[in-house]
Every structure is written in C-alpha cells, then in structure tokens.
Design a protein around this ligand. Structure first.
Ligand SMILES: Nc1ncnc2c1ncn2[C@@H]1O[C@H](COP(=O)(O)OP(=O)(O)OP(=O)(O)O)[C@@H](O)[C@H]1O
Ligand SMILES: [Mg+2]
Length: 504
C-alpha cells in the first residue's frame, strides 16, 4: 500500500513529515495505537487530546527519542531512525514539554548545548560557536544578546532561545510540546509572530496546547488523539469549538454551575505583608467556604504571596494568621501544621518525587495523619490515595506505577490529589488547570466548588479569566507586587480585572 492511500484524503506527497501506522506501548500502557500523522511545509498543525492521549509520546517518536513498536516515520521521504541527533540532522527540531535552559549559562552556550562545533582534534571552536549562536538567534529573537545569562531572561525570551536552539539552517519541522503554558498573553502573541514567520519561510510547525482559543487563532489544521488512537485530522476552517471538544473528549463538557453557599468566619488573615522589591503591604482575608481569586499578569507577585503565606519565602514585615493563630514566617511545617495547603504552579518540579509511586506521591503529606506511634497504616494510605486518584481520574496503569512515567497533565493531577486527601483549612491553588485538558478542567472546577461547599477557604491564583470569573466570590488583582483592586462578584468583569492588572 502506498503512503498516500494509507493516510487517506488530505495527505499529499508534499508532506515534509509522515508518520504511518505508529504503535508504541510502555509496560501496561498502549500509548499509541496505529496512528497516522503528517505535516506539510508552511502549515501550523495543532496536536490535541486529553491528558495521557499520547501527544508527547508521538512527539518523542518524531524527535527520535523512542523507536515505534510498529510503523515508520519519514522525513522528506527518508526513514527516520530512533536517534535524537540523527532526527535533528534530518530536519526535525523539537522543544519538549518542560524543556529548560541552563540558567547559569549564556544564551549562546544554551543554544549550542549538546552540539558544540569542534575542530578535528575535538577542541571547541569558540569563534564558530558564537557565529552560529548569533545566526540562530537572529532568526527568532534579534532583540537578545548572545552573552546574556539565560536565567536573567523572562520565560517568553527563554522560550525563544529554546526555539533558536532547536532550529538550525536545515530544520524542516519545528515541534513544540505545550510552548505557551507559562507565557502571558502578550508573550504568546510574540511567540506566534515567530511561528508565523517560520511558517512563511516554509517550515512545518506542530504544537500542543490545551487552550483552544490559541489553537483557533494560529493553526491551519488540527490532529486529535484520544486514548492513543487517531480521532481525525482536519483543517481548522471546517471546525468549531464544540466539535473539537467532542473529538477530544468524546462527550459534551458542561459549563460549571456555581451554587450559592454560606460564607463563614475568617480563615486566612494576611496583614501588611512586605518583602523588599517583591511585595508591598499585602493585606486580605479569606473566609471559610469562600473562593477568592487572585488575578494579575505573570510576574505581578501572585506566586510570591503564596510562597510567603506557605513559609517557603521569607518576608520583611507583616503577619499571616490562620484561624486566629499566627503562622511562623519562613517555616512551611508551621504553615502545614496550621492547616494550609499549597498546590504550586511548577507542580512537577517542586512537588513530585519521580521515583515514588503515584500512590505514595498522593500520601506524601499525610504521613502524620496516618501514623500511629510513627507507623504508617498501609491499608489506610492505600484506601485514601486510591479514592483521590479515582476522583480526579488520574490516568495511570496502576496506583503503584512510578509517577515520572505519567503524562504531564496527569502528574499535575497527582499533586492536586495529595492536597485534596489532606483536607487543609485553607487551600492555595496556583494555576491549578495549567496543562490540564478541557474535560479535567471542568472536573477540577467542580472539585474546587465541592471543597468550598464543605467549608474550605480557597485562594485561587489563575491567569485564565474565565476560570476566575466563574468560580470566585471575590477577586484580588495584583500589579507590581501590590494589590491594586479587590472586586466583588458584581464588579469583577474581564475589563475591570485587565485594567487593574495593567495600570492604576
Ligand atoms: N516512559 C513512559 N513509561 C511508561 N508509561 C509512559 C511513558 N511515557 C508515557 N507513558 C504513558 O503513555 C500515555 C501517553 O502519555 P503522553 O505523555 O504521550 O500523553 P500526553 O497526551 O502528552 O498528555 P499531557 O497532555 O498530560 O501531556 C500515558 O498513559 C502515560 O502514562
Ligand atoms: Mg504531554
């Protein structure tokens, strides 16, 4: 059977990358099941699907990280071998989910990391290195200097440096796994300008996103995976939001209904919290059963407030009280003891122990609750963990699976599950649905509401205005380390929030 016949309508011989009949399994998981996929030069293709659908696995195969159990991948008609360096030479440039630069290295060093040009004696040729880095940088981020330390750059500029590192003169396809999750809206616009520029030069672009607005904004075609199977690949012009969601989830996703609930006594009281150059006179309260939103641009200081309350970061002055008790500064165990839970933004890095099982990661913070004279009740641990894993529909072959083998979004759910199991008095959620698929987003919204109904006080930090607008009772807007507004339900509109986030 020839390739065109197998892939069916829509595929043509111009495709720069063609994957046919790809099957890939891991112990206990069929991650991809006979998937066909293609990218044409000069098109932007969004690869969509729920957490664990197989997107990152497909990307790793195209990047030469894994070899398929069955099927093959052709780049410009040539078979790809499972070797990342060979895939890169063949023209496949990839930015993986959670790619990071080395903060203490310069932009140029980061760009050339892993492929330093050497002379015939194996010595690194410094001058060549600089010239190559400069050329790559000029293509995507001419405003950056090659000698700046990567750690000094904003996440948006770091992303551009990653693109500069990924592409080379002969890159034919650029593949990005969730490139926009840590960018603010203007930064996403800038990334998309670069994407459009590369596209106009004939590069094929593949990107993964859980944010449909941007998918509709930038892509020409979408390919949807569900449970490792190809659902379909269609031009975006033929599709609307609801159709795409149905393709991904296989069912309707209902809008969350927010019921009225009683608001109780003050649980968290923060007074005049200040930290030099970071936070200035932060004061607010969160009551039992109340969901308080915290909006603002990336870098406005929202995560820093959470870090101070939770005792991860020190503060110069001010007080944090929980249910009338002062929480000791700079002491997370005092915060946890008082009944504060924090689901951090950078969940996988800060919160998971990769080598431990999914179940142990859920019960990590529960040790004191379950132990009788220091012994952990295994049965109890198991029961609670399994219940939460189920409640959040974490996709794992078993609760005993190592957490590091879960898909990105499912790892995030594990951290959420841990705090849900512990039932704190105050739960701080920092961007809880970042990297989470559309179906699970709705589930997490429902969960937040159920916790509030049960009397938990919730501080919800989010950059997604729809999430803030539907779920919260009150919105604090932050700008440059201060609270620039406190808006009640009636006052909190997107316009008002954006205006207080950017000026005033
Ligand atoms: N190295 C691995 N070992 C075992 N299982 C794995 C491994 N990598 C992926 N899996 C499993 O394969 C399935 C697909 O995972 P993949 O990372 O491709 O999902 P994804 O679509 O990228 O999801 P997300 O949106 O959450 O990032 C999941 O069930 C995952 O647990
Ligand atoms: Mg992924």
């Amino acid at each position: 059977m020839n390739v065109a016949a197998r892939i069916g309508a829509g595929h043509d011989t111009q495709s720069v990358l063609v994957a046919q009949g790809i099957t890939k399994s891991f112990p206990g998981v069929l991650a991809l099941d006979n998937v066909d996929f293609f990218v044409r030069p000069g098109e932007v293709m969004a690869l969509l699907g729920e957490n664990g659908a197989g997107k990152s696995t497909l990307i790793k195969l195209m990047a030469g990280f894994y070899s398929p159990d069955a099927g093959s991948i052709l780049v410009d008609g040539m078979a790809l071998v499972a070797d990342p360096a060979a895939a890169h030479r063949a023209g496949v440039a990839t930015i993986h989910q959670d790619a990071h630069l080395v903060p203490a290295m310069s932009v140029a060093e980061n760009i050339l990391l892993g492929r330093w040009p050497t002379n015939e004696f194996g010595w690194i040729r410094r001058r060549d290195q600089k010239a190559r880095a400069a050329a790559a940088l000029a293509r995507v981020a001419p405003h950056l200097s090659p000698s700046t330390l990567a750690g000094r750059l904003s996440s948006a500029d770091q992303q551009l440096v990653e693109i500069a590192r990924a592409i080379s003169e002969d890159s034919k396809v650029l593949i990005m796994d969730e490139p926009t999750t840590s960018l603010s809206p203007p930064e996403i616009d800038r990334l998309f300008e670069v994407v459009n520029d590369l596209k106009s030069k004939g590069m094929g672009i593949v990107f993964v996103s859980h944010w449909l607005e941007e998918v509709f904004h930038i892509s020409d075609r979408v390919t949807v995976l569900r449970d490792g199977k190809l659902v379909g690949s269609r031009p975006i012009a033929e599709l609307d939001h609801d159709t795409v969601i149905r393709m991904m989830v296989g069912r309707e996703v209902r809008a969350t209904e927010v019921p009225k609930r009683p608001i109780g006594d003050v649980v968290l009281r923060v007074q005049d919290l200040s930290r030099e150059n970071v936070l200035e006179n932060i004061s607010f309260e969160v009551r039992a059963g109340e969901i308080v939103g915290m909006a603002g641009l990336v870098g406005a200081g929202r995560s820093e407030v959470a870090a101070c309350i939770f005792g991860i970061d020190p503060y110069d002055s001010g007080t944090v009280e929980l249910a009338g008790r002062t929480v000791r500064p700079n002491d997370p165990s005092s915060a946890i003891g008082a009944g504060i839970g924090l689901v951090p933004e950078d969940r996988r890095q800060q919160a998971l122990v990769g080598l431990l099982s999914v179940r142990s990661n859920v019960t990590l913070s529960l040790l004191d609750q379950f132990s009788t004279f220091g012994f952990l009740s295994m049965a109890k641990e198991r029961m609670i963990a399994d219940r939460e894993i189920k409640a959040l529909s974490v996709k794992t072959s078993s609760p005993a699976t190592r957490v590091s083998t879960l898909s990105g979004g499912n790892q995030q759910k594990v951290v959420l599950a841990r705090w849900l199991a512990r039932k704190p008095k105050l739960l701080i959620l920092d961007e809880p649905t970042k990297g989470i698929d559309i179906g699970a987003k709705a589930e997490i919204s429902e969960l937040i509401l159920r916790l509030a109904e049960g009397g938990m006080a919730i501080l919800l930090i989010s950059s997604e205005l729809p999430e803030i607008l539907t779920l919260t009772d009150r919105v604090l807007v932050m700008r440059s380390g201060r609270i620039s507004a406190s808006l009640d339900k009636a006052e909190a509109t997107s316009e008002a929030i954006m205006s207080f986030a950017t000026k005033g």
